[in-house]
Write a protein that binds this ligand. Structure first.
Ligand code: ADP
Length: 432
């Protein structure tokens, strides 16, 4: 392009120089210059005329034959336009392909702009969410999907986790909704019908809860007999050891049933925002005394310290919090060797309030940490069986914290010790 421009410039200078020579030769300098300039201008206008006729049909006809700079300009423009068109076609094909693949999904997909107006949805969204192809495009999504849980989630802007909602459009239908953002605040909403999975999950929960209930009565009878027989071991000393083991295993079963029932209650009870202040500093003192008594009773020598860095009270459910904090302190005692040191800290930080339990015990391998709060997950089976663990303690802690909008953070070094931190959010703090 630059090259053709300099050729054009040279052409112009040549015409002017020739005109000037002719002007000198004929002694008509001004006239010859004017003729030279006029010829060049006329030729340029002719090219502009040809190009202007070509512009309206640029898509369908090749560039006109033009000389010099004008010809190069047309060719460049034609190439640019041609590339642009191919890019556009490729993009159109990509969008069509994406829409086709979204359309074929069984899950509902809705695209909304940054104002929350519906831009597009796939076929599955129509029956699942009660949308209508003709009426609803360009409408505000939250005016059509009126489930309170969904509206709160949609407006929150925090889409890290998906949510489960009961459909208002189709009663008895449970949906899992996930939102992702793209472009400039546009959102993609995925909804999946999980009614069947939710029903099976409810059945599983009911089954575990019913079985645990049913096991309680026979177990009470068995432990009653074991207690009675243990009183008779003076006459039958050979039964002392087996009866002691039976009592121990019956105790474990009792603990297992209690933990299963606790977990089942935590899973089924509605998660309301408790307005009762719970003094975490005082509760920590209670938990500490209980753990000391338990260590003493079980013959474990542990040093337990409590450091209230700042007073802390949160809005919550005291019994649930008691169970969670106690589980963490008891674990620290269980998974620490004799003369181990356990430190409890309570205080406030920029994220809210915290309750931390650290120990210098066995520690946990980093690969085990993400799975600790799964039901029945044990780092090392022999470790837990030695200590009489049920594998449900941390699952209960996680559930309780979830119900208090709080999180459990775990850090640990194998062989050196662990720290478990309950982080309570700012909106739960009692500030007065
Ligand atoms: P369990 O009843 O078996 O203790 P938990 O759910 O309370 O079950 O804990 C799960 C596993 O996490 C335990 O089996 C144990 O291996 C590990 N664990 C929990 N707390 C600690 C701790 N403070 N130090 C080392 N390991 C721990």
């Amino acid at each position: 392009m630059n090259n053709s421009f300099s050729i054009e410039l040279r052409r112009f200078i040549l015409i002017i120089v020739l005109a000037l020579i002719a002007g000198f030769w004929l002694d008509r300098l001004l006239l010859c210059s004017l003729i030279g300039l006029s010829l060049y201008t006329a030729w340029s206008f002719y090219n502009i005329y040809i190009i202007s006729r070509w512009f309206p049909v640029i898509d369908s006809s090749p560039p006109p034959e033009s000389l010099g700079f004008w010809g190069v300009l047309c060719d460049e423009f034609y190439r640019y336009q041609h590339n642009n068109e191919s890019e556009k076609n490729k993009l159109r094909a990509d969008v069509a392909y994406l829409r086709d693949s979204f359309a074929s999904l069984h899950d509902a997909v809705i695209m909304v702009d940054r104002l929350g107006l519906i831009e597009w949805c796939n076929d599955a969204a129509l029956p699942m969410l009660g949308l209508s192809l003709d009426k609803d495009f360009g409408q505000t999504l939250t005016h059509l999907l009126r489930e309170p849980g969904f509206i709160q989630f949609f407006d929150s802007g925090d889409y890290e986790e998906s949510i489960k909602v009961h459909s208002l459009h189709k009663p008895n239908t449970v949906l899992r909704i996930q939102i992702t953002t793209f472009g400039q605040g546009n959102r993609l909403i995925f909804a999946r019908d999980i009614t069947e999975i939710a029903r099976l999950e409810d059945m599983r929960r009911d089954f575990v809860s019913n079985v645990s209930h049913e096991l309680r009565t026979p177990l009470t009878v068995i432990t009653g007999y074991i207690d009675n027989f243990q009183m008779l071991t003076d006459q039958l000393p050979q039964l002392q050891n087996p009866l002691h083991q039976m009592a121990q295993q019956a105790g474990r079963m009792e603990q297992l049933i209690k933990d299963l029932l606790d977990l089942s209650k935590l899973e089924t009870k509605p998660n309301e925002m408790h307005r009762t202040p719970v003094n975490i500093a005082e509760l920590s003192q209670v938990v500490l005394e209980e753990a000391r008594a338990r260590c003493q009773a079980d013959g474990m020598s542990r040093t337990l310290d409590l450091d209230i860095e700042q007073p802390l009270s949160i809005f919550g459910q005291e019994t649930e919090l008691h169970s969670a904090l106690s589980n963490l302190v008891v674990n620290a005692c269980k998974y620490t060797q004799n003369d181990g040191e356990i430190k409890i800290r309570v205080g406030v930080n920029e994220e809210g309030g915290y309750f931390s339990v650290s120990d210098n015990g066995l520690g946990i391998d980093p690969s085990d940490i993400p799975r600790l709060t799964e039901r029945f997950y044990r780092v090392d089976n022999s470790r837990s069986l030695d200590t009489g663990g049920t594998g449900l303690g941390l699952a209960i802690v996680k559930r309780v914290l979830l119900r208090h909008d709080s999180t459990l953070e775990v850090s640990s070094v194998l062989g050196r010790g662990s720290e478990f931190i309950c982080q309570f959010p700012l909106h739960r703090l009692v500030t007065s």
